[in-house]
Design a protein around this ligand. Structure first.
Ligand SMILES: [Mg+2]
Length: 254
């Protein structure tokens, strides 16, 4: 394809449930050996970049934290630029650490609401709290609007259904930070120092990864791992640049 750089989604492409997908390690080694610039572009909002880095290390993938782009990191940079220091963080896991690293701390009554995939934190009372903040005019940030993701025992609801519920109830639409927002792809692409036309995105989500990357001007490869669904691909108007069995086949395309 002649692309000079690769952006890799993590969940469903490099691993599923903290287990590397067959061939993932070898493919990353191949990319490293051939000095092909790459970054990880994940929509996970449950883990800090440090934790993702450590998890990758446990799988045998050694990368610098700076190679990992997440919506929490992107949102924290965005808020820092706006000189916002407190936000109501509706999150789970340790992604709050990426906000803390930029000097942003949680406050229940902040003028800014950040919603990620909060899992079991999406309780009725927390959702009502978030709803009331939006009604009071808080800046409403969605780290992602994915519908679902592949967990240990099947598909799980992601942030999207809850963000949509808040939008439906309160009125204003959220500002989307993660994939498929063009700015998010551009954050990683400008870090590489190339233009979108020089980059391939590889993902398992036809909407956030593939549609997002194509609209950002990149080539987009869909893998048949993770949350991939043949039925969804067939019914979709989105046409990936290529569809491959797994990350293992990437080496034949570069
Ligand atoms: Mg994925």
């Amino acid at each position: 394809m002649g692309s000079k750089a690769v952006l890799l989604d993590l969940d469903g492409v490099v691993y599923v449930d903290n287990k590397p997908i067959e061939g993932a390690l070898q493919t990353i080694e191949f990319v490293e050996k051939n000095k092909i610039p790459y970054r990880f572009l994940s929509n996970t909002t449950r883990k800090s970049r440090e934790t993702i880095k450590e998890n990758l290390e446990k799988m045998g993938i050694r990368v610098s934290k700076n190679m990992i782009f997440t919506p929490a990191y992107a949102a924290a940079s965005f808020l820092k630029q706006k000189q916002i220091e407190t936000a109501h963080l509706l999150l789970t896991g340790d992604s709050w650490k990426d906000f803390a690293a930029e000097g942003i701390t949680h406050h229940d009554e902040a003028d800014c609401l950040v919603v990620g995939d909060a899992g079991d934190e999406f309780t009725y009372s927390r959702l009502v709290g978030a709803f009331r903040l939006i009604l009071r005019g808080a800046l409403f940030i969605a780290l992602e609007r994915d519908r679902y993701w592949m967990g240990r025992d099947g598909l799980l609801l992601s942030a999207g259904p809850f963000v949509k519920a808040l939008e439906y109830a309160a009125g204003p639409e959220s500002i989307l930070i993660g994939k498929p927002s063009k700015e998010f792809f551009m954050l990683a692409i400008s870090d590489i120092g190339l233009s979108p036309g020089d980059c391939i995105m590889m993902g398992d989500d036809i909407e956030t990864d593939i549609k997002g990357a194509l609209s950002a001007g990149m080539e987009a490869i869909l893998v048949r791992t993770g949350k991939f669904s043949a039925e969804k691909l067939e019914m979709s108007a989105i046409k990936p640049t290529a569809v491959i069995d797994s990350i293992e086949a990437l080496t034949h395309l570069l």
